[in-house]
Ligand binder design. Sequence first.
Ligand code: DQA
Length: 152
Amino acid sequence: ASVMILNGPNLNLLGTREPGIYGAATLQDVADLCKQTAAGLGLEADCRQSNHEGVLVDWIQEAGALQRDGRSIGAVLNAGAYTHTSVALHDAITGSGLRLVEVHISNVHAREPFRHHSYLSPAAAGIVVGFGTEGYRLAIQGLHRLAEAARL
Ligand code: DQA
């Protein structure tokens, strides 16, 4: 089975973007970490990034369909700034029935007030916030546990 790892706007700039907040790891480093973590669980990580909201909606729907077919355990999503703005992403998650773990590299609750609200959290199975890029590993492990528990 697979797990989809989705990154939203500006996460292609990881490594050079505000390294004091987001760290030195690049998106490629994150993809490598995800593939390694997934492989350790017998899973394949499908890592994607887009700056475009509608593309993320399409991928969430695709991930939901793969999960429904039993070919995926769900998805990990760092939606970047769309987290704080996007009803469309919220509706894509609930509408597709996707098992989703929301990830934020930084602790959004210790930052500006506009980062404190997430449209995605009510639709998420779990949330990982503030652990740096290590959060992607934690999210995959948590998603795997939820998927295993759902089978019992
Ligand atoms: C982020 C936090 C968001 O507020 C921000 O817009 C990002 C990255 C994080 O991973 O900490 O782009 O999702």
